[in-house]
Each structure stands twice: as C-alpha cells, then as structure tokens.
Write a protein that binds this ligand. Structure first.
Ligand SMILES: *Cc1c(COP(=O)(O)O)cnc(C)c1O
Length: 393
C-alpha cells in the first residue's frame, strides 16, 4: 500500500470510503497527483469548482481580500458581504424584499431553512409539518439529515429532529400530503445525489400552487443545481416559478466554503435578531470569493456555456453507443448517465485509470459535472478517456 493510503487509514476519521488519489495541484479542468499523473476533472469537486482550478480571478480575489480583511464576526458588516447579498437577491429574483443569510456549507444553508420553516407557524400556530421528497439529499448534519429522504443515511442516528414527512416525487403524492399543517416543502429541482434525477414535468409549478394555497413555504435546494450549472442561474427559473426560499452552496464559492439561504417576500420577515447565527458565516474572505466567482460566471457567459456544453457532452456520451448506457439525464453541466447494469463503480475506476474523474452516486448511475469553463479541448479529451473507460469494462 502506498505511503499516503496508510496515512489516510491511520489519521482520517472513517466517515468516507477509500480515496482514489493524492492530489497536489490543479489548473483549469485538470488536477495532478503526487506522481505528476494528470486527470481531467469532470466532477469538479462535486459540482463545486465552477471556474475550474487555480482560476486567476479567484486567486486574485482571495489574495487581495486575505491581505485586506479576512474575518470580523457578525457584530460587524463588510462591503463584500453586502455586495454578495445584493448580488444573490438580483440573480435569484428575490429582489427588494429578499434577504440573505450566510453560513459555510450546504448543510448549514439547509439548517437555516429548517429553522425558517419552523418559524412559519401559520395564523393559528397550527403548522408543524415539513414535506420532503423520497430519495432526496439535503446534507449530513442532524437537521439537514432529517430533511434527507434516504432511510439508509438515517440509520444509526435516530432520533432525528421530527416533523418531516417524505413523499413520492409526484404531483399526486403532493396533492394528497399537503394540508394546513404543512409549514414547508423542500425540493431539489434535480436530485443530484440520487443519480441526477429530474422532477416530473409540472411538479415545481404544482408545488408552487399547492404550497401557496396552504400557506406553506416552498424551499428550493439549489446547492448542487445553482450558480449556472444547469444552464440557467437557478434551476427553478426554468419552471418559471418564484419560491419562498432558496438554499445555495457548492458552486457559488467555486471551492471556497460558503452557504447561503435567500428568502423571498414574507419569508424574509420570519427570522428576528438572535434566532440564528454562525461565527464564520458571511465573512469577508468567503463573500469576496463568491462575488468574484459569480461575477466571472456573468462576465464570461458561463451560464450559457453550461447550457451549450451540456448538450455537447450528452451527445458525446450517447455517441459512444455502448449497450451499457440506457439514457442521459439532467440539465446543462449536471449530467447523469443511467446504466443497464450495476457497473457504475467499475466505470469510475476504469475512468480514473484512463485519467478521467467522474463519479457514481449509485451502482447504476454516473454523475458528470465538469467546471463551467469547459470548452472544445476538454470535451475532446473527455470523449477519448470516457470511451477508453467503457472499453475496459
Ligand atoms: C451537497 C448538497 C448538500 C449538502 O452540502 P454540504 O456543503 O456538503 O453540507 C445539500 N443539498 C444538496 C442538493 C447537495 O447537493
């Protein structure tokens, strides 16, 4: 066993399975291991590295802000924090009535959303239930785990915070489950961890109508789908709906840890001072970095690039013509590949051996989520390496 693998076994908490390589640097869509082997990174740290690795705009923003002001606590405001709040209100469409809360991860964004939902008690104080979808993923902390509709992830950690009910991802199931006891419905517009599974047509529109009728908040978890990845700034925008709250993380920091809850309309009035907080949340280093990342996505037209390159990527995958590949799923540069056999982990290993990083959310699904900067050269490299991986199965 190589030296670093022994160190992983000895030193790292056993929360994760074995890791695949010891990576030491990256540039653009490429990362490099300790031996100098280069890998085409078509996972992007799980839909995080929107600008790829070592992007000069990020390097400059982090360096400049680190030399200016890194952290001050939430007893104080800073210009990057206010700029990011305004930017997120604009990009999400929350507008003037919107508000932003900052944490450090997706789980923290969803914890804040969970507490927001609890505060939506309704006129007569009768609301207590939160609806979530079966097979959804919202994070690993106790609250976000309670929102997560995967019993296997709950095992060993009960009792979880209560009041969450999991329903099938159908309009019919939602119609049956919703009533005036429901404080909120939380949904991923595309279920990334489940294998990049889209919601049925019309689901978000129905969810908006039904939650509004019953005074429940519609919370959209855009942690994986947000920041341009699906070819629109946020995936709910393609359904033409306006939610009550959106949770963000992953792509908005481009790799720098940050999470956010953005509220719309009356949901912006639910929290009052002292009810929630985070020491690091929204510090100037994190928010300056997110401003730089989102600013570059806008400047370079990367939302449109995600849409166009996503179609090209799916055409390449389908063009392989492998009998193992049943379908491609998702939107923009969040692509799922449905497989005829439970060979996804074997394909991921063969891809790594061919110098390509992709991922298997389950045995029959691949997830492919390259940086949003991906271009012709990287797609051509992907094609070669992906074909080599499939040929090795
Ligand atoms: C990754 C993810 C989370 C959790 O984010 P962390 O930063 O890992 O806590 C929550 N929801 C969705 C949809 C995610 O993809």
């Amino acid at each position: 066993m190589s030296e670093w693998k022994k160190r992983v076994e000895n030193d790292m908490m056993r929360t994760f399975g074995p890791t695949q390589a010891l990576l030491v640097r990256g540039e653009g869509c490429w990362v490099e291991d300790e031996d100098g082997t280069r890998y085409l990174d078509f996972l992007a740290g799980i839909a995080v590295n929107a600008l790829g690795h070592a992007h000069p705009v990020m390097v400059e923003a982090i360096s400049r802000q680190a030399a200016t002001l890194i952290h001050v606590s939430n007893y104080f405001s800073t210009p990057p924090q206010l700029e990011l709040a305004e930017r997120l209100k604009r990009l999400t469409g929350a507008g003037d009535e919107g508000r932003a809360y900052f944490g450090n991860s997706g789980a923290e964004a969803n914890e804040a959303a969970f507490k927001l939902a609890r505060l939506n008690k309704g006129e007569h104080g009768t609301k207590w239930k939160i609806l979530s979808l079966e097979n959804s993923f919202h994070g690993r902390t106790m609250g976000s785990l309670a929102l997560t509709g995967k019993p296997a992830l709950h095992a060993g950690f009960e009792p979880l915070p209560g009041g969450v009910e999991y329903i099938e991802s159908t309009v019919e199931a939602l119609e049956n489950a919703i009533d005036d006891s429901v404080a909120a419905l939380i949904v991923e517009p595309i279920k990334g961890e489940a294998g990049v599974i889209e919601l049925p047509d019309g689901f978000l529109e129905a969810a908006r109508r039904l939650t509004a009728e019953h005074g429940a908040l519609l919370i959209i978890d855009e942690i994986q789908t947000g920041a341009g990845r699906t070819g629109s700034w946020f995936a709910y925008q393609r359904a033409g709906i306006v939610p009550d709250a959106v949770t963000l993380a992953k792509g908005i920091g481009g790799g720098f840890p940050i999470g956010a809850l953005v509220t719309f309309g009356r949901a912006s009035q639910l929290f009052s001072p002292g009810q929630h907080g985070s020491t690091f949340g929204g510090n100037p280093l994190a928010t300056a970095t997110a401003n730089a990342v989102l600013g570059e996505i806008e400047r370079a037209g990367l939302v449109e690039n995600a849409r166009v390159r996503g179609e090209q990527l799916r055409a390449l995958i389908e063009g392989v013509g492998s009998p193992l590949i049943i379908e491609t799923r998702g939107a923009g540069l969040l692509v799922g590949v449905g497989l005829a056999e439970p060979v996804a982990p074997a394909i991921v290993r063969a891809a790594l051996a061919a110098g390509l990083i992709i991922n298997a959310p389950n045995d029959r699904s691949l997830r492919i989520a390259p940086p949003l900067i991906v271009g012709d050269a990287e797609l051509a490299e992907f094609d070669t390496r992906f074909r080599a991986a499939l040929a090795a199965i």
